[in-house]
Design a binder for this molecule. Structure first.
Ligand code: NAP
Length: 253
């Protein structure tokens, strides 16, 4: 069967592990060649993901960059376009979570979380816009969180960063729509990754989250891939400015 996104090329940030890795592999399964990004300290893992994608007979390029650093982002996007030829879709997935109560939250921790989660999404998107506008085609998928809607204790700064991603996405969709570019956000629920385990260390809390889902289970990274592949594909050509919960039914709307 011919894959629906054959010939398309996607860039996925924070792709060395967790949700980002699953998204990169899922996009490859859908026919995308993939540029995988992560921060330099994850270089070995990132190269491994690129190898997995090549094992699926897709092209893969591993590019390290800190998404919160404008110069590194500019260089990474230029290298991605030069090496891959074009970028059709970007998935702004890189993110961090530092669990801390508001009264104990250090200013530097607030800044770090906002810098990676919110500013990183902005910087990568902005660097790609001239390329996407010139081609009059683009799919921008921003990974937010249900935590950006209602949040949980110890995550005020994380929740603020993800609410920022959703607001950014809604306005971005209006600005880039006339250029044939869509922008949508995906809000994962509790997904079993190294970050997700921050919510799951206490078995009683893990069970509380399971009980909150309609599907009676936590999410796996692969659960996020289908919705992201949809937003990254031509199948979502008339869908923009939307925020989709991928949370097993914790949040119902
Ligand atoms: P993860 O397992 O911690 O993976 C995130 C990846 O992003 C890591 O490899 C991380 O590297 C990398 N990264 C961190 N800072 C970066 C930077 N400045 N530049 C480039 N890469 C950077 O997290 P995950 O659970 O897969 O989360 C992926 C996304 O989904 C995040 O945006 C997260 O907020 C969101 N999300 C996750 C859940 C969940 O339950 N897991 C729920 C809702 C939303 P280091 O580990 O070296 O920092």
């Amino acid at each position: 069967m011919v894959k629906s996104s054959n010939g398309r090329i996607a860039l996925v940030t924070g792709a060395s592990r967790g949700i980002g890795r699953a998204l990169a592999l899922g996009l490859a399964d859908d026919g995308f060649d993939v540029v995988v990004n992560d921060i330099e300290r994850q270089r070995d893992l990132l190269e491994g993901v690129a190898e997995e994608i090549r094992g699926k007979s897709r092209r893969a390029f591993a590019l390290s960059a800190d998404v919160s650093n404008k110069q590194q982002v500019t260089d990474m996007v230029a290298a991605a376009i030069a090496r891959a030829g074009q970028i059709d879709a970007v998935v702004n997935n890189a993110g961090i979570l530092i669990a801390r109560s508001v009264d104990e939250l250090d200013e530097s921790e607030w800044d770090a979380v906002l810098d990676v989660n919110a500013k990183g999404t902005f910087l990568v998107t902005q660097a790609l816009l001239p390329h996407m506008k010139a081609r009059r085609y683009g799919r921008i998928v921003n990974i937010a969180s249900i935590g950006g809607k209602h949040g949980a204790p110890l995550q005020a700064h994380y929740s603020a960063s993800k609410a920022a991603v959703m607001g950014f996405t809604r306005v971005l969709a209006q600005e880039v729509g006339p250029f044939g570019i869509t922008a949508n956000a995906v809000c994962p629920g509790i997904i079993v990754t190294d970050m997700g385990r921050t919510n799951l260390e206490d078995p009683a809390i893990a069970q509380k989250w399971i009980d909150k889902t309609a599907l009676a289970r936590l999410g796996q990274p692969e659960d996020v891939a289908g919705p992201v592949c949809f937003f990254a594909s031509d199948a979502s050509a008339f869908v923009t400015g939307q925020t989709l919960n991928v949370c097993g039914g914790i949040v119902l709307s």
